[in-house]
Design a binder for this molecule. Structure first.
Ligand code: GDP
Ligand code: MG
Length: 415
């Protein structure tokens, strides 16, 4: 994973930093920023792939484990610098200083947001990791597509998950990573279908084949054809990786050891060694490809992003202009400024009491809004019998009536 050369680092860094600084400015509230989302059926190996890429143990296993979208922001640190982690969700934030606590913290966060059990939630958990061993990438792990609800799950869990996935992959700025195990028929996978629906040309969809060690004997050539993009074509193509299986996890095989084993597996494989030599296999190669794809994608999205920011800026400027200039710095001028403002305000008050239109604000004509309010009041009076106290308080709840009364009083005072 550390094989990327200097020049490449120079190219990658500024892009990722730019996006991160836009994110930290809160731009995401208004604009969608480039990201990579991982989708696939339950237990297809999504979390395993993320784990191998990030070097951080994530909650995984059988059944529905990922129950909230998880945003994994990885930042490469210089060799020798310390690992750093931070988890944030809702309005909570916690710094982590040990990679081994991450899994537990995510589980706790999921329980907090989606409830203990098997429900899912739309809300995002954000996990930031900086270490010399991770690539510069931001990934989103999503709940796996469930075909049938198990006991204790809502009946429509499948639809709920699909809706959630769609929310992420519909965005033009998202690259979809479709995870498919080698031992299932790729043409029937729901995840690939969903990705194709939102991206028919396959311009921002990358296929990842997992579990090559579990491939059905006799179908290896078929897998090679898929990875060579000869079966279901995707512009971004396919990669194949081998992650830790349940047995290796039980045996506590480390992630570094797993990467060694993966390399040996592909090199020695009778069919898949060609995929290794042409650069389509292993997690480190995937990391490299993903980083490049993301940078390419960011570069492509920047003109659109710039356009959107400029438009937003124009709107904000227009709004700002409406408020006029701010107070001057000179104290004497400030006094004049304040007097002007107070005079303007008084003039507005007098205009309102006469029913004249104000220059600002949306409720232009006080008479027409009052007429409506009095109409409501009349109906209320007619319907409510003789309880005057109630009528009076309801009437005072109406903002225009209150404003009107205040202005009448004020105008009497100023005359
Ligand atoms: P997710 O539900 O898609 O996130 O899937 P997980 O990452 O939780 O993986 C499901 C199971 O498949 C786990 O028990 C993993 O250990 C296992 N698994 C993942 N990748 C591989 C692989 O390449 N080979 C083998 N044998 N097992 C794998
Ligand atoms: Mg998972």
């Amino acid at each position: 994973m550390n094989s990327l050369n200097e020049q490449y680092e120079e190219k990658v860094r500024p892009c990722i930093d730019l996006i991160d600084s836009l994110r930290s400015l809160g731009v995401e509230k208004d604009l969608a920023l480039p990201a990579i989302a991982v989708i696939g059926d339950q237990s297809s190996g999504k979390s395993s792939v993320l784990e191998a890429l990030s070097g951080v143990a994530l909650p995984r296993g059988s059944g529905i484990v990922t129950r909230c979208p998880l945003e994994l922001k990885m930042k490469r640190k210089k060799e020798g610098e310390d690992w750093y982690g931070k988890i944030s969700y809702q309005d909570r934030e916690e710094e982590l200083d040990d990679p081994t606590t991450v899994e537990k913290k995510i589980r706790e966060a999921q329980d907090d947001m989606a409830g203990v059990g098997l429900g899912i939630s739309d809300e995002l958990i954000s996990l930031e990791i900086a270490s010399p061993d991770v690539p510069d990438l931001t990934l989103i792990d999503l709940p796996g597509i469930a075909r049938v609800a198990v006991k204790g799950q809502p009946e429509n869990i499948g639809d709920q998950i699909k809706r959630l996935i769609q929310k992420f992959i519909t965005k033009q700025e998202t690259i979809s990573l479709v995870v498919v195990p080698c031992n299932v028929d790729i043409a029937t996978t729901e995840a690939l279908k969903m990705a194709q629906q939102v991206d028919p040309e396959g311009e921002r969809t990358l296929g990842i084949l997992t579990k090559p060690d579990l491939v059905d004997k006799g179908t290896e050539e078929n897998v090679v054809e898929i990875v060579h993009n000869e079966v279901i074509q995707l512009k971004k193509g396919y990669m194949i990786v081998k992650c830790r299986g349940q047995k290796e996890i039980t045996e506590k095989v480390s992630l570094t050891e797993a990467i060694e084993r993966e390399k040996a597996f592909f090199q020695d494989h009778a069919y898949f060694h060609t995929l290794y030599s042409d650069g389509h296999a292993t997690v480190p190669k995937l990391a490299e490809k993903l980083t490049l794809e993301l940078v390419h994608h960011i570069e492509k999205s920047l003109p659109r992003l710039e356009e959107q920011i400029e438009e937003k800026l124009k709107q904000t400027q227009t709004e700002l202009d409406r408020y006029g200039s701010g107070p001057p710095t000179d104290p004497v001028e400030r006094q004049v400024f304040l007097i002007d403002k107070v005079t303007e305000f008084c003039q507005d008050v007098v205009s309102v009491t006469k029913g004249e239109e104000l220059k600002c604000g949306e409720k232009l004509n006080v008479f027409s809004s009052l007429r409506k309010e009095f109409g409501k009041w009349k109906t209320l009076l007619e319907n409510s019998g003789e309880n005057c106290e109630h009528i009076w308080s309801t009437c005072l709840e109406s903002e225009p009536v209150r404003v009107f009364l205040v202005f009448v009083l004020l105008s009497q005072k100023t005359q």
